[in-house]
Design a protein around this ligand. Sequence first.
Ligand code: ADP
Ligand code: MG
Length: 768
Amino acid sequence: MTEEKRKLKKLIKYLSETRLDFYNNPASYFLEISKLLKNLSPILSIKAAGMAEKEGLTTDQLDQFLAEINLILIPEKKYKDESSNPAKNKVGGLKRLGAKSMEKLEKFGLNTYEDILLHFPFRYDSLSSVIEGEKGVLTGTLQESGMIYTKNRKRLYKAVFSYEGGQFSATWFHFNNRFPSSALKNGKKYSLFGRINNSGGLLNITHPEFLDIDDVGELRAVYSLPGGIQQKTYAAAVDNVIEMYLDYLPDLMPVRLMDKYNFPEIKDAVRTLHRPKPDENHKALADRTHPAYKRFVYEELFYTQLGLLLKKRAYSKEKGIKFEIKEEYLNDIKDLLPFKLTSAQKKSLADIFNDMKSEDQMNRLVQGDVGSGKTIVAFIAGLIAVKNGFQVAIIAPTEVLAEQHYNGLIKLIDKTHLTAALLTGSIKGKEKQQSKDLIAAGAVDIVIGTHAVIQDEVSFSKLGLAIIDEQHRFGVMQRKQLMDKGYNPDIILMTATPIPRTLSLTFYGDLDISIIDEMPPGRVPIITRSFPDSGRKRVLDLIHKELDKGNKAYFIYPLIEASEKIDLKAVTDGHKSLSKIFGEDNVGLMHGKLKAQEKNELMNEFKNGDIKILVSTTVIEVGVDVPDATVIVIENSERFGLSQLHQLRGRVGRSDKQSYCVLLHENEISDDGRNRIEAMVNHTSGFKLSEIDLEMRGPGDFFGTRQAGLPEFRFSNIVRDIEVLIKARQDAEDMLKRDPDLENSSNKVIRETVINKWRHGLEIIEVG
Ligand code: ADP
Ligand code: MG
């Protein structure tokens, strides 16, 4: 049996490499395959024989068939009954690790034997190299040792050894009367590991570790471990677990892909990563490009992509609405528009129209930098839905934004007979009830509101399209909530936190994406400058100049976590001092403690010009549109995250006037803070900034994968592994092209694996 398997694997590999051979004589290959399959899978064997008789076989058909074979090559018993797989058992006890240590490991996330097998070293020490300035091993015979005093009366312990290269020394700055002297005997040979430096012509090793002579020359794995557990003790436990449980680790990588990339089998890979042979590529192991490691990266990304694609497919299987996009509708709408659309806006609309026309449910994300004009795109889609006789919901994250959208929409549909309603938390009582009744009766065409209100309180008569603004990833959850309420609208998500395409494959991999990558015409790039607080005078000069021109300014104060009092004090103090300078009537104060109603009034006063300066906390972060505001001053800008800074800056530069963003900061700031400010000064593109943000924060923080309902990434790093990600996406797409729902019995394992992996995330994918 195993011999047949081995031959079969070899043949598969050969066939995927030499396609020409296959073309020359497909029949003979299929006959060969059929023969090898006889005992392994009689059904497939017969199928192969049938293939041999077909004419004009393509390599696609070959691939498909090979994919089916691959699955039977995965050892059946290993995954069949996952719950009884000993590797999945909770760790009962480990050699030399007591109950306390076990508890620590458990808290650290190492619960099962499989966890331990897949908890790979984060570093490898080469217990052989001797490179000055790096860690290495020196072996020699002790000549003498003792305590000495340095010139400035510091105590240290020094030992001198002789070896084939002459002499070397070892130094301890911290020592007691037992260590290291108790470890050292003159005339005995020692191997010492530590950082090696040249000290006055002599190699010296500081605070070395004493090695077993046997270990010299090895690559030693170093694990990240909870405090109090020794590397040596843990390494011994790992050896034990490898011996007992490695055989039970199922290899879930489709063989065809394994061959395609020449990945090692799981057992070899695990062994190599924990216990690399001395001649293993040290550098590749260290920077995680070794095939043994890449294998896990790939597997993880492949199954993530497969899951996302299946999800996407599940959405689109949801029966949607077939909207009509009639010429006359478009002409009607065109007459309403105050400006010509940019070609990027048109392109996104074309995508949206295509989705609307199709009977599949739309799930499209429109990404566009701050100020690129997403709102109008959403409105146009909304108007089309209304013309088709449906209702539209526009869901905004804040009341301020909901009100702004509402005002904008009212202006747009002023001369039409269309109706719109605003629903937020601060609209109450009779007024709200009336709106809700009208909506339920189908008498309101477009409902704009905050998501809590729309989702919890409103029932629609005929909801056809939901537009979720500035909700990033979380819009996906809202989709689910809408569906749970029995609605089945097409969905458009809009985000101003653009991320590079390759990254959106993971973050938004289950959505269709349109990008508005162009600003409306006539925009002047915003000038961004940073000043320490001492430069405040120049900033005020700038404000004076801009106000004289009839423009407006924002002053933004950071939210200080867990201390709303300080937060409020900073912003009220700022308001006071600016009022003194610019006149009380000209300066407004906005913060989270205000009622929504008050916020909206303030916003309107600012828009109308009753107020010239708006002092605010970050309440105004997203979406707010006041085109003649030309300056935004951000106080303590070092405290803001990069994407937040970019969002804030997007409040200005929304017209053809020159705008300014001023980043004030304390004189002494952290490196991170300085880097963020520098990035803002040097870059204007949101795409570029999110890339930098991602690099600075690392993918975990950036994505907040848990919250976003994606499975956790254990091996891969979305920045480092972009190339692997793209391949994995492609392979997943190819696989689903052949078997869209993984229904093929041969893809059973893959299907089960996907479901399993995603089950450990927040959302269970809705397959089949
Ligand atoms: P965002 O993409 O950040 O949501 P908005 O939709 O608020 O941006 O648009 C920003 C500003 O640009 C608004 O004042 C809007 O009226 C204006 N705008 C949008 N599209 C165009 C266009 N094609 N030509 C001119 N102005 C536009
Ligand atoms: Mg917007």
